[in-house]
Design a protein around this ligand. Structure first.
Ligand code: ADP
Ligand code: ZN
Length: 222
């Protein structure tokens, strides 16, 4: 975290973290959030929370999420609009998992939102399959861990809130295949979409999460 005495330098920064499921976009969104002091907005976490609470959107989203598909745009866009209206979003935010198709990217434009940078984390599918089987997510606060790369201090217990860190239902291998299919069909066209706007910064996911973290921070500061 950098101290900043000159308030005039502080500016709003809206970022998008793009990448396949299991690319580490959530982990890096969390890092950036901590280092820049702007909130991480994960539509996946918000939707999982809605499912847990049995809200109307949650009920509609549940089976789609479990099958590895995309929740309908009108639901997700509504969820996002509500979230970015929050007071903590006034100095910017990191979108993690939104947009996930071109229609959602256009919806952001229609809302008049300026995106400063889009960081795309590239990881081969094979690697993704390995990573997701070891992923654990906190049922309480949504923090993400990995049994090998980012273990919880105590087995199955979230470091942050003490909640249960468990394997997500949609991280089951059959569902991962569906999610990757969804990603390649619907989400990956966003790479070209943002490349054409001159906003895309590519980062190759490294073996070591700390190395990727540096590359992501470089991409933000470039
Ligand atoms: P991951 O990127 O690891 O697949 P997320 O937590 O970002 O996981 O999303 C989990 C699920 O939530 C997705 O598979 C999808 O069903 C749903 N979801 C999240 N964000 C969106 C979105 N922007 N549009 C549609 N569905 C979404
Ligand atoms: Zn937690």
């Amino acid at each position: 975290m950098h101290g900043n005495n000159d308030e005039s330098v502080v500016r709003v920064m809206n970022l998008i973290l793009l990448g396949a499921p299991g690319s580490g976009k959530g982990t890096h969104a969390e890092f950036i959030s901590e280092s820049l002091g702007i909130p991480q907005i994960s539509t996946g976490n918000i939707l999982r929370e809605a499912v847990k609470n049995g809200t109307e959107s949650g009920l509609k989203a549940k089976s789609i999420m479990e099958a590895g598909g995309l929740v309908p745009d009108e639901i997700v866009i509504g969820v996002l609009k509500d979230r970015i209206a929050g007071a903590d979003c006034k100095d910017g935010y990191i979108l993690d998992g939104f947009p996930r198709n071109v229609a959602q990217a256009k919806a952001l434009e229609e809302m008049g939102i300026t995106i400063d940078r889009v960081i795309n984390i590239e990881v081969p599918d094979e690697k993704i399959r390995q990573r997701l089987s070891g992923r654990r997510v906190c049922e309480g606060c949504g923090a993400s861990y990995h049994v090998e790369y980012k273990p919880t201090k105590k087995d199955g217990v979230c470091d942050k809130c003490g909640g249960a860190a468990v394997l997500r239902k949609d991280d089951a291998p059959e569902t991962v295949i569906e999610r990757l299919k969804t990603y390649h069909e619907l989400t990956s066209p966003l790479i070209e979409f943002y490349e054409n706007k001159g906003k895309l910064h590519k980062v190759t996911g490294q073996e070591d999460v700390g190395d990727t973290k540096k590359l992501v921070l470089d991409a933000i500061n470039a």
